[in-house]
Design a protein around this ligand. Structure first.
Ligand code: HEM
Length: 411
């Protein structure tokens, strides 16, 4: 098979050992080197696919999201393994800005093309593809029961949850993030196409505006309530914090779950935001609800966004006070969510909200701990409702061209 052409010149080589910086068109594209993750400055550049950890977690947050959860529709373990290998090869190509297989028009005229074609001519756009395995994958169909990590827990039901089963769960997930929405959608579509007969899309979510950042020096994005979101998040360059809170360490991944070393756990929550009610709420009340001011994002009583919050100055039911690590035994999440609007709810209101994504090494000590506090007393609860939920074990990175998503799990 002859290699398909690159969609566009790739700034940073896809190899895991790519070192240093490539300079093209005035932009500096830094590459991942082992554990260290450095920002890619050019939004058109490629993010290396290979590495100790999957890209799309600590790497800089792109502007757009297409997230898909899949059900496996076969009981054939070998078929599933074949799919994961094919997905990995396709992901290597797409993240490097290349077409899948023989491309959109290079193959036999009698056969459908390997690539669906809508990303032809587009830049790699910092596309990252991150795969995860849901608890239901370990139900016995694939002989993985004793491989299920003890930490891959089903989330408890929280007060106020109004979860739609059709927008929850999934055997597998793929998080596609890119600066160009067409590149993210193309990636999910092509993976779904490759998976035809083995997996089916269970639900999917588009996100248009990042609501968090892993690059603290960059401007903090705003959520649909108009507040800066992601101010106090784990920086993608803070290796110590990532090891402490995000990456599963070798000694945490014991027994049948040894394959998770270098991975992480992802909690996804579709959170509806009642923007119409919020927009009729006085500014002072809005600021009390978060415990930060709207313009600067500074915590109550402080002047600057990145000033350390003084929690006791905030209302006891303010979001930041309740979510802060000091209130939750040190629990710290890497948030990576996106805003969404999906038409209307049929009652004249936007179906809008936050597609909340959080990575952590321990779901019970992480999301469950923080959400237990928030669900009980967060003043924000009057304006939001959790309507979808899923949890996934996210394996470590694909090391090189012989490795594949899930090799450790299935070997
Ligand atoms: C629609 C729902 C939500 C909205 C609009 C929202 C918004 C915000 C905003 C504006 C901040 C302050 C800026 C910042 O530090 O990022 C914040 C902080 C935070 N939120 Fe949320 N959030 C939501 C849901 C959640 C959920 C479900 C969790 C976790 C269970 C969570 C965890 C946190 C954490 C850990 C912080 C940082 C607290 C600190 O260390 O100061 N948020 N959120």
């Amino acid at each position: 098979m002859s290699p398909a052409p690159a969609r566009r010149t790739v700034l940073a080589a896809g190899g895991g050992l790519a070192l240093g910086a490539a300079v093209a068109g005035g932009a500096v594209a830094l590459t991942r080197d082992g554990d260290a993750t450095t920002p890619v400055a050019d939004s058109g550049a490629a993010v290396p696919f290979h590495g100790a950890h999957q890209a799309g977690i600590a790497t800089p947050v792109q502007d757009r999201l297409h997230f898909a959860a899949f059900d496996v529709t076969t009981d054939d373990r070998e078929k599933l393994v074949r799919l994961l290998k094919e997905w990995t090869r396709a992901a290597e190509r797409m993240t490097a800005g290349r077409e899948v297989g023989e491309g959109a028009h290079g193959g036999l005229p009698e056969a459908p093309p390997d690539d669906t074609g809508e990303a032809l001519g587009l830049k790699p756009s910092r596309l990252t593809l991150t795969v995860g395995f849901g608890p239901s994958l370990f139900d016995g169909r694939f002989g993985l029961k004793d491989r299920r990590p003890g930490d891959l827990v089903e989330l408890p039901r929280f007060p106020g949850d109004n979860l739609d089963p059709a927008r929850s769960g999934g055997d597998l997930c793929v998080q596609a993030c890119a600066d160009d929405p067409q590149v993210a959608v193309h990636a999910i579509r092509n993976l779904a196409r490759i998976g035809f007969g083995t997996v089916a899309v269970r639900w999917s979510q588009l996100g248009f505006g990042k609501t968090s950042s892993t690059t603290p020096d960059a401007q903090t994005p705003r959520n649909l309530f108009g507040f800066k979101d992601g101010t106090r998040n784990i920086a993608g360059t803070d290796a110590a914090a990532l090891d402490r809170h995000v990456w599963v360490g070798a000694k945490d991944a014991t027994g049948g779950a040894a394959w998770m070393a270098g991975g992480s756990y992802l909690v996804a929550r579709r959170i509806r935001m009642n923007v119409e009610t919020w927009d009729r709420t006085p500014l002072a009340e809005q600021e009390d609800i978060f415990g930060r001011d709207k313009k600067e994002g500074a915590p109550v009583g402080k002047a600057k966004e990145h000033d350390e919050p003084f929690l006791k100055a905030m209302k006891p039911d303010s979001h930041v006070r309740l979510a802060h690590p000091d209130t939750n035994g040190g629990a710290t999440l890497l948030r990576r969510g996106y805003s969404f609007t999906d038409g209307t709810d049929g009652l004249g209101r936007l179906d809008a909200g936050l597609f909340f994504l959080a990575y952590q090494k321990d779901v019970r000590a992480g999301f469950v701990r923080v959400q237990t506090a928030l669900a009980a007393s967060d003043a924000l609860n009057e304006y939001i409702q959790h309507v979808g939920s899923a949890v996934f074990a996210v394996p470590p990175g694909v090391r090189d061209a012989d490795d594949w998503w899930g090799r450790g799990l299935f070997s």
